[in-house]
Write a protein that binds this ligand. Sequence first.
Ligand code: MN
Length: 319
Amino acid sequence: MNNLDGIVNLIEANQSFLVVSHESPDCDALGSTIAMALVLRNLGKDVIMYNRDGVPEHLRFLPEWSGVDDSLDRVADVDVVMLLDCADISRPGKEFESLISEDGFTLAFIDHHASNTEGSEYCIIDENASSTGVILYRMIKRLGISVSPDVAECLFSTIVGDTGSFRYSNTSSETFVIAAELVDYGADPERISRFIYDNEPLRKVMLRTLAMNTLEVSGKIAFLHVSSEMFEQTGTEKEHTEGLVSMARSIEGIEVAVFLRQESAMDWKVSLRSKQYVDVAQIAGRYGGGGHRRAAGCVISAPLDAIKRRLRSSIEEAM
Ligand SMILES: [Mn+2]
């Protein structure tokens, strides 16, 4: 469903907005959230930005990041709720889900997940968009407003994040065209890359060392995990596991990388990445998760070895 004009009309006709994205936010989630909020404020609207997990340390280079709330306490009367980079209403977390179940909020979705099947009248879902930020950029153009340097910085970051710096299969000529325009509007690629790639806390690097010691290669599949104990040992949190799954995928001959992060005694958050041909969204879907063809995730409750065995057979079947 693609209703750019519908969303533009919705924005023009309403005054107060809640802008949210998925938990464990990445560059696209928060870059989109902040860019959307800045655009709406520029149009004279009242906006609350929300993310259940707040802004992780490594994303605190985004303009206006400190304006993102990690609670919904300030939300009273909101006309429109905008869900960005979310395939469904559960992605922003339980607190959000219970809030919107109470009231008759108008929901709008802007997203690029193929698994998004939201039937809301106000949806722009384009699985070919490199990032949700790219769709926002098209929306800003349709609104006919100018792109501020802060908005450009946020949107450029969404592209760098979701395409792995223009390396993944979701990189198209449009990606480069929009990126170039964003640089003209004031985005600074060197600054953004420095914060994304050359700014790692030492404890994150120590966690990576422990995680790399868990590497298991089985044919074209690579497994890595981080246990609760490793988090304790290094004083790290789940945000510090970002990038680990890509390291597993980067190994020569690997088609699918699996990263498992312990959430509680039995719950493991599974991140799946494929290199060329395996549709990992479909595999994640079998376990109640979802995502993109080359990047997807799910949560599985079982002992670690059992999860690995099950995933290995699901992936081999998909190959
Ligand atoms: Mn995204």
